[in-house]
Design a binder for this molecule. Sequence first.
Ligand code: 26V
Length: 811
Amino acid sequence: MATIDPSRFRSTLLSIVRYGFGRTMEQATKVDIFNSVCFAVREHIIDRKIETEKRYADNDVKRMHYISMEFLTGPLLANNLINLGIYDECRTIVNDIGLDFDDLIEFEPDPALGNGGLGRLAACFLDSLASMGMPGFGYGINYDYGLFHQSIIGGYQHERPDFWYNKSSPWLMRMSGEKAMVPVFGRIEDSEDMVGEYNPMWVEWKLIVGRPHDIAVVGYGGKTVNRLRLFSAWASEDFDIQIFNEGDYYRALEDKIRFENISKILYPSDSRDSGKELRLVQEYFLVACAVHDIVSIYLNQHDSFDMFHEKVAIQLNDTHPALTVAELMRVLIDLHFVEWDDAWQITTRTLGYTNHTLMPEALETWPMHIFKKVIPRHLQIIQEIDRRFMSMIKEKYPDDPEKPRRMSIVIDNNGEKNIRMAHLAIVGSHSVNGVAAIHSELVKTRLVPDFYDLWPEKFNNKTNGVTPRRWILRANPLLAQLVCDTIGDGWILDLGRLRELEAHCKETAFLERLLMIKRKNKVRLASIIKETTYIEVDPESIFDIHAKRLHEYKRQLLNAMNIIHIYFQIRDDNIIPSVPRTFIFGGKAAPGYFMAKLVIRFIHGLAEIINKDSKANEWLKVVFIPDYRVSLAEKMIPGADVSEQISTAGMEASGTGNMKFAMNGAITIGTLDGANIEIAGEVGEENIYIFGHKVDEIESLRREHDADRFLNSSPALKRVMDAVRSDIFCPDEPGIFKPLYDSIVHGGDYYCHMADFQSYTDAHSRLANDYMDRHNWAVKSLLNIARTGKFSSDRTIKEYAEEIWKIKSQI
Ligand code: 26V
């Protein structure tokens, strides 16, 4: 671990404030001070970054490149200091100068370059790769605007743009001289070459410039510093000169702005986005920049492509970068004159594809005409890949005429041709993986059974994980200290060692300490709740947290239904609960997702009525904390007693919040879905509350769905549903919640709220009873912490590294 020289750090800091920002310490703003502290820390990072790059180059190591449209890093200063091992020292020095270190840490904005789980997973993976000394790098887009900020006005979500001031982010290093030139638009001109062979020419394209900006990824222990390379889009200067010379200044400027819009915004994953041309251009832009960079790095040390797949692995984070298949083929064939068959071998041996969802509306398909307009040459290559693939399929399955239609990359939907990105990714990769055991099975058996039948060896599982550096060490320093005091610090890089804590599960003093830490984290969370919502909550109550994107399948509405049920028990049945409860929500809804936004309004409706009802509010409170994001998650998760993981079985690919809560000592109430199943397997069934229908039961449930049968057989459910329909939670806006009622009662209840209601409320009452036995609850909490070591992203990355990427640690 590194140390810092206080006087040197101090003088560096002062001279950055003075010569970097032109201010004396007295004049400097908070932004100046924050940036200067980061720059001073960068000094410690850059040396190691350069050293790491040299180590990789000297050993000509195999590198893995993780291409992702999203990297949800969260604030970086605290984590970088922790990973460098200089957090406490830096804190003392900064405070000694008369600044407030903790305040500066809080001041850092979240780089919100991701939507949720998929982007955060990518960030956890980079942390693990660097912490284990592995040559793994991220490629993404340097969006000017990250995911929107959420505010709540009158119970409704409002979106405000997130200009995360990347132009001056101290973590982004613009790497001049390493730009990528990306051709786009134009058309294909058929022609013959000198020997009379068909030789299509991509002509009249325009050039976008991809400018790389690197964020250093500091591994724990500070030995390895990898990089996340984010590209921003610019119009090329040649292009500028050319079009400005044509004389139409305003049109030329419009074109320039159009190109520079490519990296402007992160799309907030919404089904309405599908088919948007700008999104396809973004995906292509990322892929083209990344492939350019990856091939250049390879060619720095090699003069043919013979070794490519032995030196390069590329992982596609979902189908968003699936165009890599076509772009790598194009670069090999058109720019380096590699034969088709060789190029195909290289491509498929290099690429791996991770699937992150089975939701049909989230599976990408693109109308062919957009491809033709944006990337005509890639379309041609994809059509040729598909032609060859189809002839193989027809030969292999001569008796199944439906196979080609089910498996082709290009599909004709009533005259409109579409490109299926998942098919492109599967055909072009040697590995296809899901992100939790059950999900990987469903990929094989339900999503693409024909592909599994054809290539069973391609399919595998890599259960997700999360980095304990951010999610324990940074988010929960009190817990981290207790663990270190008890078993040393080996767990930080080997989370399985948390099992050693089990030996202490009978020690009252230890359990008391654990309870005290939870209480402190709850007090901290309570003050955030007070600041952000003006609601006062009692840290003695159960903090039951449901924090994730709003989506019908994640069933925040089921949680709300249980809250109403408890409320009516208190108000109308005079049943006094065994323990007071605070139900806490956090999460953003996609701006165009009506039902998800209505659920947010509904939760606020409940809060409005219940929190004001004096008969109920000492037992029950409802809180929605606005603007859920990484930095807020770091404060919410350690303060949870109960973690809500209640998706409809078969719909949550994995979940990663579930892991973060469990390793911070929250007890899960959850369905047998995603990684919940594996969490249950690790912690043991007495330490988790599992409820609800299983994935195999869902289909027949839906088929036999009969709303009246549910309502007539359960007075409790009927009472809750009547309340959803009535205006008691929206007295000033009658009728607004009717769509919620309709989707459940008249709409077939696709997400099974009614079918799972009874077992959910039962699980909640068991849980509330168990909570009263503080000793036993502490044991459950401890066993959750001790037994969730499997869910470190280090374990996940080791599996990817050994089984797919074939990369090795270099320390
Ligand atoms: C996106 C969309 C967009 C259109 C509307 C419906 C819809 C439904 C789901 C999605 C998710 C897209 C991919 C994704 O973010 N998957 C998440 O990946 C996490 C990391 O593997 C995993 O833990 C989550 O379970 C999974 O939902």
